[in-house]
Design a protein around this ligand. Structure first.
Ligand code: NAD
Length: 431
């Protein structure tokens, strides 16, 4: 059992603190957001993540997990301190380290003995050294800094944390390495021990590579549309090459979004630039992704004509991917803005992400919970997120409710032949 403080209880910090508590540790989650902490203390969980609410409540009740805004008290009471604060992008693509620096300063001021400070946030190469310097400016005793980037995926975060593909531990201290390896021992995962900078780079390289796979297959999909090939079959054929593999990230769609891929691609571009390394693949990945997010509009116009003024268009899916309420950089927001700019009457549906989207879309769109009602009198239905409940909809009822039977499927959730049999004008991606 370890005494742990987790600084920042957003997607990563909340899952980290809850899962370490579930594994039998004594964990204090800390945030500067008083409302978030008040809500957590009332049992209100700020994000949607399968299984998380139950785990938070269980571990609050058994005394393993608590939440506070008092970072000094939390750090003093802990032997291990995770930094899991946000690292948002700056306008020039570089990473805003203000939250990490501020957390490091508070940790330094609270230090009362040897502790391991673990950076879980995704941070540029060399941040471990910056954290070390800031803490040592505020504390003269011994401590170690470790880089332990997080790879959980929103939507399956708890399961990913409990059963990770790998755990990366970057440190030059054998004492800290042992403490962190022991902390993760019960997860039964491969642990890659390395130095801090290598650990920091593994995170960026992984996310930028996954984003590259997505942009690659999206460009292949665009060729498929021109030549009459089927990208799902191209992908199936590619994945049978064991060097590519069955789990390769090769599902064509309308581009990647979320809080990580866009930011981390930008981050690695910046890291390459600072080190005078030519890494133009990543510029192409960004260009390709931006273009893919714009690919729905011409498809809609090909069915409804260029002038969309006063048309009724329904968008299914706001979250950047299923099973999360996160709409950061979501492709849905790009197409919705394009439609609103053309005076379209937009109705939106999302099983979970409506509240997060409302802070951006406000009352510019109609929000509807029922799938059939949402397409009432619609000229076109656009699918922007592959939520499972969309796949199981009664298509007969959808067809009956719509004014015109146009569907643009940005996530290839429906079978092309079936849609034709139902009498829909149906366009998807790369098929
Ligand atoms: P988030 O924005 O959801 O949460 C960050 C939290 O940190 C917020 O609650 C904020 O109030 C808090 N915070 C900021 N400064 C603080 C301070 N000084 N003291 C205490 N709390 C503070 O961010 P997130 O999505 O959890 O991401 C955190 C980090 O993890 C980022 O570096 C991100 O790139 C990385 N990451 C995210 C994911 C993901 O899927 N979201 C996955 C892996 C890694």
């Amino acid at each position: 059992m370890q005494k742990i403080a987790v600084i920042g209880v957003g997607y990563v910090g909340l899952v980290t603190s809850t899962c370490f508590a579930e594994l039998g540790n004594q964990v204090i989650g800390v945030d500067i957001d008083q409302k978030k902490i008040d809500n957590l203390n009332k049992g209100i969980i700020p994000i949607y993540e399968a299984g998380l609410t139950e785990l938070v409540k269980k571990n609050q009740n058994n005394g393993n997990l608590s939440f506070t805004t008092d970072i000094i008290k939390a750090v003093k009471a802990s032997e291990i301190v995770f930094i899991a604060v946000g690292t948002p992008p700056m306008p020039d693509g570089s990473v805003n380290l203000d939250y990490v620096k501020s957390a490091a300063e508070s940790i330094g001021k609270a230090m009362n003995g040897y502790k391991v400070i673990i950076n879980k946030s995704t941070v540029p190469i060399g941040t471990g050294d910056i954290v070390k310097i800031i803490i040592s400016q505020n504390y003269k005793g011994n401590f170690d800094v470790v880089s332990n980037p997080e790879f959980l995926k929103e939507g399956t975060a708890v399961a990913d944390f409990m059963n990770p593909d790998r755990i990366i531990v970057g440190t030059s201290s054998s004492k800290a390495r042992k403490i962190v390896n022991d902390l993760y021992a019960s997860q039964n995962s491969i642990i890659v021990n390395t130095n801090i900078k290598t650990a920091e780079l593994i995170k960026y390289a992984s996310n930028a590579f996954l984003a590259t796979e997505i942009s690659f297959i999206n460009s292949v999909a665009n060729i498929c549309e021109k030549i009459g090939a089927d990208v799902t079959k191209v992908s199936e054929g590619m994945k049978l090459d064991h060097r590519i593999g069955p789990k390769a990230f090769l599902n064509a769609g309308i581009g990647y979004g979320g809080s990580c891929f866009p930011k981390d691609v930008k981050g690695l571009i910046q890291i390459a630039r600072e080190n005078e390394v030519h890494f133009s693949i990543l510029d192409a990945v960004e260009d390709s992704n931006a273009a893919q997010k714009q690919s729905l509009l011409p498809k809609i116009q090909s069915l409804l004509g260029d002038d969309l003024h006063d048309k009724n268009i329904t968008v299914w899916g706001l979250a950047f991917k299923p099973n999360t309420d996160d709409v950061r950089e979501a492709p849905s927001l790009v197409i919705i803005k394009q439609l609103l700019d053309r005076n379209v009457k937009v109705t939106v549906v999302d099983p979970i992400a409506v509240n997060s989207a409302k802070s951006i879309l406000k009352d510019s769109v109609n929000y509807e919970a029922d799938l059939v009602k949402s397409v009432n009198n619609a000229d076109c239905l656009v699918i922007a997120t592959e939520w499972p409940e969309f796949k199981n909809v009664d298509l007969k009822k959808i067809k009956k409710a719509m004014k015109k039977s146009n569907i643009i499927d940005g996530r290839n959730i429906f079978d092309k032949k079936e849609m034709k049999d139902f009498g829909f004008e149906y366009l998807s991606v790369g098929r």
